[in-house]
Design a protein around this ligand. Structure first.
Ligand code: XBP
Ligand code: MG
Length: 265
């Protein structure tokens, strides 16, 4: 059980940027490898990729880039086929990157996952990433039984409309059989936070590399990462003397207060 009286039943985890910093050293690398392996001269710089992250979904991102730069086949149908092929190849290459060099979970994530399991707060995945990418990342860190950690998992393939549309969150709530106020989302991007809010799920933001300085609206708490209790708004009461990682008690307190930080920074 969680703290007495807590209404928090499930923690809904975003993947890219939240569980791990997967974008620059994972997906971006794999996108560029896929372009090269396909004989295409396209390459995305880390800065360009930051802009492209406004488009959720890797296939959609490729299509957007083709439209923006007027490159790729002339016919829409052929552009779509090419984007689908490139995206599938990118995901295979991403899995190889994860299996090879690996990408660490962000500091504080594993401890919070363990804490939730110990006290019986359900864990769920709510992401726009493809399922294979979630599998590659979590199997590398949690082992072959990784899926048992997350009884509910909503991935890119499971929705018609990706974040910032609320569909992924609404599906997760339905599968969990709980209301939005019994859940808490952890996100890193404005689109992800907007998706949770549109489903009326309270959301906390652990800022990631690509969204370090962007504005967020309507979030319950926001801070630099789960690795520290310092720098969060609203601050945990004893953060100055107990600066360690964000704990489940911190989440329960934020969740109970629903102290929406309406505009940040
Ligand atoms: C992040 C995304 C994804 C990834 C790439 O999702 O928008 O598109 O960048 O993965 P989230 P795919 O933060 O919700 O986890 O290529 O599989 O889309
Ligand atoms: Mg994210």
């Amino acid at each position: 059980m969680t703290d007495a009286g807590s209404n928090l039943k499930a923690l809904l985890w975003d993947v890219d940027g939240t569980l791990a910093e997967t974008e620059r050293d994972g997906h971006l690398l794999a996108f560029n490898q896929a372009f090269e392996a396909s004989g295409l001269p396209w390459r995305w710089s880390p800065e360009q990729y930051g802009d492209l992250l406004r488009i959720t979904g890797g296939r959609e991102r490729i299509l957007h880039d083709m439209a923006q730069h007027r490159r790729g086949p002339a016919l829409a149908r052929e552009r779509e086929d090419l984007a689908r092929q490139l995206h599938a190849l990118k995901n295979r290459l991403y899995a190889q990157i994860i299996e090879g060099a690996g990408l660490p979970l962000r500091d504080g994530v594993r401890e919070l996952l363990d804490e939730c399991r110990t006290v019986g707060v359900t864990l769920a995945i709510v992401t726009t990433t493809s399922r294979a990418n979630v599998q590659a990342l979590l199997q590398a860190h949690l082992g072959k039984d990784w899926a048992q950690w997350f009884p509910v998992m909503v991935c890119g393939e499971d929705v018609r409309s990706k974040k910032p549309d609320p569909e992924a969150y609404l599906r997760a709530l339905r599968a969990l059989g709980i209301g939005p106020l019994q859940a808490l989302a952890i996100e890193d991007s404005p689109g992800g936070a907007a998706a949770a809010r549109a489903a009326e799920v309270p959301v906390i933001v652990a800022r990631s590399r690509y969204f370090a300085n962007v504005a967020f609206e309507g979030v319950t708490a926001i801070g630099p990462g789960l690795c520290t209790r310092q720098g969060w708004l609203p601050p945990p009461p004893d953060a100055a003397t107990q600066p360690g990682r964000v704990t489940l008690s911190d989440l329960v307190r934020w969740h109970a207060a629903m102290d929406t930080v309406s505009h940040y920074p």
